[in-house]
Each structure stands twice: as C-alpha cells, then as structure tokens.
Design a protein around this ligand. Structure first.
Ligand code: ZN
Length: 475
C-alpha cells in the first residue's frame, strides 16, 4: 500500500463541483485512488514517493469516446483523400477486408501510444470488423498491454450491400452470432465494479450497417446486462437521406422508436440534427461523441454542441477512426472541437474550458462512470500533466489551463492511470515506441498491398491536384 505525492504543481485544475484551480498544489495518490488534494498553505502530507511537478499544469486524464483503432493502418490512403462519407466508407471497406488479428493488435497498441501521449487515460474503441482471424478480445489485450483504461464497444455489421447496406457482403456477421458474441464478451471482459480497467458496451455499426431488428435486440441485451449502447447516427446529410428514404423518419426519430435514447446510449457524430432531434436527444439525456476532425475531413457537417448541451444532452469528445481523422491526438481533438464550434456557431459557442469539460466530465458521464474525470478524493488516480515551459505555450501563461486548448500543446509530460505511471518525461514507460512504429508501418504496407492484389484497384497512387491553375476533383 504505497502513497505517491505529486507536489509543487504549478496549477491543478480539479474539474470538481467548484471547478477549483489550486496553485502550488499537491495530489496524494494511495494505490489506484486519489486520497487527498491541497494547495497554497495546505500542509503537504507524507508519502513513500514524491514527484516534483514544478512548471506543470495537472488535470484529469482525458476520455476518448469514439474510435476505430484498426484504421491507423489505413491513414492517408491517396485514393480516399477527397471522398465524401458514403463513397469513402465503400472504398475503405475494400481495404478493410484484408485486415488480420496481428494487424489489429499492432494498430490498437499504436493508437494507445498516441492517445496516451496526447492526454487520454480512458479509451473507447468501436471495433466492428470481423474478417479473417480477427478476435474482438484482441482490442482488450492491446489495451491491457498499454495500461490504459478501456471500453470495448463491440461493433457489428449484419446488412451487406446486397441487402441495401453499406458494408461489403463478405464483412457481415449473422445477427444471432453477433448477439451471442456480445454476451460472451460481457461475461469475459466486462467489469462492472468501480475503478474497472475494462468494460464492454454494445455498438452496432450504424443503421445502414445493421437491421432494425438488430438495433432493437442489441439495446435490449445491453440493458439486461447493465452496459451501454453506442452507434453512429446522423453522420452526414447522406446518412439522413438514407434514413428518410428507408424509414420516412429522421435518424433520431428511428432511434427513439428502437429504444435507442437515454443516458445509457450515445451516438457518434450527430452532425445533421433538426431542432426536434436536438430536443429529443436533450430531453432523454442521450449522449453524443463529437468528432470534429473526422467531421471536417469527411465534410460531414457540424454538430450543434451548444444547443445539445443546453437541451440536456451529454456531449463528449471522440477522435473517430484513424482513417477519417488521420490522427489519434485527443488534446488536438479538444482544440478542434472548440475551433469548429466557434466557426459554426459563433465566438461564444464553446470556450477552452468548456471544451476540456467535454473531454473529462462529459466523457465520464457519457460512459456512465463516476470514478473518473475529476481530481478529488475517492476518484481513480487518472491524471495528466503538461509542461508549461515549452515553445508553443511560451508567453501564454496568463491562464495556463485555457492555454492548453488555445495554444498548440504537444505531448503530455506525465500520465498516471489507475495510480501507475504510463508516461514520464514525455516518454511512454511500457511501450517500445520506435519498434512499434516500425512494425506498424510494415503491416500497413503489407495490408494495403494485399487489398490491392485482391481487388485489382490501386489505392496508393499519390494524388497531386493543382491549385494553380485550380483543378477540381474528378466526380
Ligand atoms: Zn466512427
């Protein structure tokens, strides 16, 4: 039973009910929990170990609520660079069919490395691809190796292109098999106890990847087991057109009909909500994972975050798939959430601290966890520290917490998850990063080469469109 004292903290942003910011502060960690917090004239407690955090801003670890980690092997695919969402998904499907379990493990570990270094301490991976030898358990195993707190969002596709869906026919599972495997994964990996390092939530890919029957059965199964439900919803105008053409209603109206609203449900994106959809999501306290980089890259639209928050929804942040974002940098995502919301909804739409609240308090609420997201006694010891003495923050220390979002922040200096140090001095403690990057690059090249051979399509011929004279994209 050890006590670790983080002390001489320049600024401690607790995100507690009073939103206290303490100067010259300390945090006492006992095993995996925060035991005490103080600052200013409060006497420092004794401890077995001490870590001097002079010049650092400390805040709760950030929470990522939507991701597809395998996609880091498919970053920056030249033939996908200028696609809108549905054609992008179709082309991505042709590449995904070649993925193996070794690819998935390596991509997951690589994403955890990037997430950890960008301040994430709890990651949720929406994995929906079951091809070749892929196991969903692999996502859990990679998270354990990285030492990150993890929610496996058991994704699925059951409605292939021949049934009017978007996924390729050879990438769908039988619905009974999906539901049986969801139960198996909950039994095997889901820990409902406070402080859990691994949880499982159920996450059919989207209403254009599974049937209405599976949507309904999945949320019923989730509620029987007390786990959450997640899916993509209202991702783009094409998505809404699909729902209106197929069901004659909006995505959110259909979600409500299927039982897919409530505090145990969250949607990724929700970029195309009508006024009544916003009111419905808010009234039912449903969650939204806002993924600004992905929304900008796929030109999907802009989530109405301020109105959703005002209506009563929980909004959190997600980096989304590494092919739709091309990065898995969570503090960068927080910054872009703030910038995009201001661009779409005005200068007062989202402040720097509000954006940080989405990634801490919002993420914890959305994952229905009252044990993370705040630095206060009794919570899990998930904390991050940024060194304020870096080039990009220089001159911006008048408000050191907002500066983390307004300025370019770079890597965390320190990250502690469940009381264990996972990043120290800006370096990963548990992962050999150069070796991992080598392996990841090798597997990415081999994966795309296999997909090209199988499909006869070239995905990797570099694209150079001229701005002078302006060269429009081919249709
Ligand atoms: Zn997604």
């Amino acid at each position: 039973m050890t006590h670790l004292l983080l002390h001489h903290i320049d600024t401690l942003a607790t995100f507690d009910a009073e939103r206290r910011r303490l100067r010259n502060a300390w945090v006492l960690i006992h095993d995996n929990r925060i035991e005490a917090v103080g600052g200013g004239a409060d006497p420092e407690p004794t401890a077995d170990e001490r870590l001097d955090l002079t010049g650092r801003v400390v805040l709760p670890g950030l929470i990522n609520t939507h991701h597809h980690q395998f996609q880091s092997l498919l970053r920056n695919i030249p033939s996908l660079q200028d696609s809108a969402l549905f054609p992008w998904l179709r082309d991505l499907g042709r590449l995904m069919g070649a993925l193996t379990d070794e690819d998935l493990y390596t991509a997951s570990l690589l994403n955890h490395a990037e997430l950890l270094l960008s301040g994430c301490t709890t990651a949720a991976d929406h994995h929906y691809l079951k091809v070749n030898d892929i196991r969903f358990d692999t996502c859990v195993e990679a998270a354990r190796e990285a030492g990150i707190r993890f929610h496996l969002l058991r994704g699925s596709s059951s409605m292939g292109q021949s049934q009017g869906g978007i996924p390729p026919d050879d990438q769908v599972e039988r619905e009974d098999d999906i539901l049986a495997d969801c139960e198996r994964l909950i039994r095997t990996h889901h820990d409902p106890a406070p402080g859990a390092m691994t949880r499982v939530d159920l996450a059919p890919g989207s209403p254009f990847a599974v049937t209405a029957r599976l949507m309904q059965q999945s949320v019923e199964l989730a509620r029987r087991h007390g786990v959450g439900s997640h899916t993509h919803l209202a991702q783009s105008a094409e998505d809404e057109q699909y729902m209106h053409a197929k069901y004659g209603r909006s995505s959110v109206e259909m979600a409500e009909e299927w039982g897919w609203v409530g505090p145990d449900v969250w949607f990724a994106h929700a970029t195309c909500l009508s006024d009544s959809d916003v009111a419905r999501v808010g009234r039912t306290h449903t969650g939204i994972a806002h993924c600004p980089n992905s929304n900008m890259y796929t030109a999907a639209g802009c989530c109405r975050v301020p109105e959703l928050l005002q209506a009563g929804a929980t909004v959190a942040i997600g980096v989304d798939g590494s092919a739709a974002n091309n990065a898995s940098n969570l503090i960068d995502e927080v910054r872009n959430a703030m910038l995009l919301q201001r661009m779409c909804h005005g200068a007062h739409a989202l402040s720097a601290t509000q954006a940080l609240e989405l990634a801490t308090l919002g993420g914890a609420r959305l994952l229905r966890r009252d044990d993370i997201g705040v630095i206060e006694p009794g919570r899990c010891a998930d904390l991050i520290a940024f060194d304020t003495r870096q080039l990009s923050l220089s001159g911006g220390q008048h408000d050191p917490v907002a500066g983390l979002v307004l300025c370019e922040t770079g890597r965390v200096d320190l990250s502690i998850i469940n009381g264990r140090i996972v990043v120290a001095g800006g370096q990963l403690v548990r992962i050999d990063l150069p070796a991992l990057i080598d392996r990841h690059n090798r597997l990415a090249g081999a994966l795309v080469a296999r997909a090209e051979k199988r499909s006869g399509v070239s995905f990797t011929r570099p694209v150079w469109r001229r701005a002078y004279p302006y060269e429009p994209a081919a249709a």
